[in-house]
Ligand binder design. Structure first.
Ligand code: AMP
Length: 395
């Protein structure tokens, strides 16, 4: 796996695909700069070797050139975070860009305009990728968030750099962390899958059954498993058409020697609202008019015990409707259990889908070993898929 360490960037132009797809408010100010922060290490490494950086990214889903999606809005924030003046050019291909690149000196950073102003980017257009490729000496992919897309700047471009391409520090760390959980893990290995639906996690579950010793199934997903086994789930969310699949997963798990842990009790609410009436119930005895919205106290204790005997922990998806304060307790308790296990030496990885939002909201980001930056990309890796952006560098 080629990384920055395999190159000397002195007087070289590094063409870096970053993920600066950050949220902006209605004044077009950056409201969460985590992704810019995450790209800093790669950029600084190149600058310290007296190279220069040409940064390319997408922002949102523009239709053609639209100022609201211009990357010029993030220049100030990026300059602040990197501690280096970020130059900007209002296009990503063409004469203007080539001139700005030619004038770029060692130690300087140039940000190109939103790649998705050109529909060729998402189409993976070869000619567009070739034009981009002319801008740098070495191609560095540091955008994990788009590594599952075969877009021009994330995948197609790599073919124009024969040997001169590598992973940036962020992407390398993502790959190493997932590998540490899925392939080179210290046992016992625990995967915790929560969230709303079985259907969105099914391929993940099937792929990881071969790799884990314990599997916690929590959140809204668990009710499909409970109902399939004959439990009474009241008004809890359930995918009736996935009940057979749920039973099949339990059978597969048994055959593979994986211990499956499903909540035994729930906090049930009489309304899907933060100030609903609640009661703690056995998970398979929820009366009509009530729905399970969070893991109950016995389940939290059980999950704590499992987490504490495992050496590798993967967490994807909340244990309840964490967006409502009254139903966040189970997710917070699990975060605390993982924190404790991590302090006792376990490697813990959180990521995929919206899990990161929950982890950040409750301050667990610093307590786990690694928080993945790519929702969809991470899920696809957990599903066992090869990501085109990663394959293109390895080729
Ligand atoms: P996912 O994106 O699949 O990880 O699902 C996250 C969503 O699952 C969050 O928005 C939670 O509110 C939701 N969720 C978790 N537990 C439940 C539950 N018991 N009932 C309804 N929604 C839930």
């Amino acid at each position: 796996m080629k990384t920055l360490k395999d190159f000397n960037f002195k007087n070289k132009k590094a063409l870096i695909r970053v993920d600066f797809n950050v949220p902006l408010n209605d004044k077009l100010e950056v409201t969460d700069a985590t992704r810019i922060q995450a790209a800093k290490s790669t950029i600084i490494d190149v600058l310290e070797q007296e190279g220069s950086c040409i940064l390319m990214s997408h922002l949102g889903r523009p239709k053609g050139f639209q100022d609201a999606f211009s990357l010029r809005h993030i220049v100030e924030k990026a300059t602040d975070i990197l501690g280096v003046k970020v130059k900007f050019v209002a296009d990503c291909v063409g004469d203007k860009v080539e001139e700005a690149v030619a004038n770029l000196e060692s130690g300087e950073v140039l940000l190109l305009e939103n790649l998705r102003f050109y529909e060729e980017e998402k189409k993976g257009d070869v000619a567009f990728a070739e034009k981009l490729s002319k801008l740098g000496d070495v191609y560095v992919n540091d955008a994990f968030g788009t590594a599952h897309r075969a877009h021009a700047s994330t995948t197609i471009i790599a073919q124009f750099f024969a040997e001169n391409k590598c992973f940036g520090n962020l992407l390398a760390r993502e790959i190493e962390s997932i590998d540490k959980v899925l392939n080179n893990s210290e046992r016992p290995v625990l995967a915790i899958l929560g969230g709303a639906k079985v259907s969105s996690k099914i391929t993940v579950i099937e792929n990881i059954l071969d790799k884990v010793d314990h599997l916690i199934i929590g959140g809204g997903m668990s009710f499909t498993f409970i109902k399939a086994q004959g439990g009474k789930i009241g008004n809890s969310i359930c995918e009736d058409d996935k009940m057979e699949l749920a039973l099949d997963i339990l059978k597969q798990a048994k055959e593979k020697g994986v211990e499956v842990h499903i909540p035994v009790d729930v906090i049930a609410a009489d309304d899907f609202s933060n100030d609903a009436n609640t009661q703690t119930l056995d998970i398979n005895a929820i009366p009509d008019g009530w729905e399970g919205v969070d893991a109950g106290p016995k389940s939290r204790e059980n999950f704590d015990a499992v987490a504490n005997k495992c050496k590798t922990i993967l967490w994807n998806g909340p244990l309840g409707v964490f967006e409502m304060e009254s139903f966040a307790g189970g997710t917070i308790a699990l975060g605390n259990s993982i924190d404790k296990a991590t302090k006792n030496g376990a490697f813990s990885l959180v990521g995929g889908g919206d899990s990161v939002a929950a982890v950040k909201q409750f301050g667990f980001a610093e307590k786990v070993s690694y928080v993945s930056t790519g929702g969809g990309a991470m899920l696809e890796m957990l599903e066992g898929k090869n990501l085109p952006g990663i394959e293109a560098i390895l080729k």
